[in-house]
Ligand binder design. Structure first.
Ligand SMILES: Cc1cc2nc3c(=O)[nH]c(=O)nc-3n(C[C@H](O)[C@H](O)[C@H](O)COP(=O)(O)O)c2cc1C
Length: 163
C-alpha cells in the first residue's frame, strides 16, 4: 500500500473543502491510502511515511498561512535528504491572488527535492471586504471538481509508480 499525505490549513473553510475534495478524488485509487492532516497536527514522521504530498493553504498577507509555514518550519530539516524525488502538488485558496503562496511552497519543495507533478491550483473566493474575508467560504462545484481531479491524478501516478 502506498500513502498520500494531504496537509492543509484553513481559517474560513475554503482550503479545507479543497483538501477534502483532493481526498475524495484520491479515493478512486484503491492502491493508495490517503491521510488528511491539519498542518498544526502534522509531524516529521508523517512526512517521512508518505509516498507523495498535497499541500493546501490559504494565501494570507501575500504568503502561505502562518500555520502552514509553521508545519514546514517544524518538518523541513528532519525530512531533508530523506524524501527527495517524491511527488507533490500545491493548492491555494485565495481572495484574489494566491501566486505568492504557490511560489513559497514551490521553493520549499525544491529544497526538499520533491517533484511537482501537477500544475498548482489556485481557487479565488473573490473575498475583498473585511466582512467577506472573514465569512465562511463555499467552494463552487467546478473548483471542487478540479481539486478532486488533482487528487485522482496524483494518487494514480503514485499507484503506478510513474513519478
Ligand atoms: C489576514 C488575511 C490576509 C489575507 N491576505 C490575502 C492575500 O494576500 N491574497 C489573497 O488573494 N487573499 C488574501 N486573503 C483572503 C483569503 O485567502 C481567502 O479569504 C481564503 O478564502 C482563505 O482560505 P480559507 O477559507 O481556507 O481560510 C486574506 C485573508 C486573511 C484573513
Amino acid at each position: 500500500m502506498k500513502h498520500l499525505l494531504v496537509v492543509f490549513h484553513s481559517m474560513t473553510g475554503g482550503a479545507r473543502q479543497m483538501a477534502e475534495a483532493v481526498v475524495r478524488g484520491a479515493a478512486s485509487e484503491p492502491a493508495v491510502q490517503t491521510r488528511l492532516l491539519r498542518a498544526v497536527d502534522t509531524l516529521t514522521e508523517d512526512v517521512l511515511g508518505a509516498d507523495g504530498y498535497v499541500f493546501v493553504t490559504p494565501e494570507n498577507l501575500a504568503s502561505m498561512s502562518g500555520i502552514m509555514k509553521d508545519f514546514f518550519d517544524r518538518t523541513y530539516y528532519g525530512a531533508l535528504d530523506r524524501i527527495a524525488g517524491r511527488p507533490y502538488a500545491t493548492l491555494v485558496c485565495a481572495g484574489s491572488d494566491g501566486s505568492n503562496a504557490v511560489r513559497q511552497i514551490e521553493r520549499i519543495c525544491t529544497g526538499w527535492r520533491l517533484k511537482a507533478v501537477c500544475d498548482p491550483i489556485i481557487v479565488c473566493t473573490h473575498a475583498q471586504t473585511p466582512e467577506a474575508i472573514l465569512a465562511p467560504k463555499t467552494i463552487g462545484p467546478e473548483d471542487i471538481r478540479r481539486c478532486e481531479e488533482n487528487g485522482a491524478a496524483i494518487a494514480a501516478g503514485i499507484a503506478l509508480g510513474i513519478f
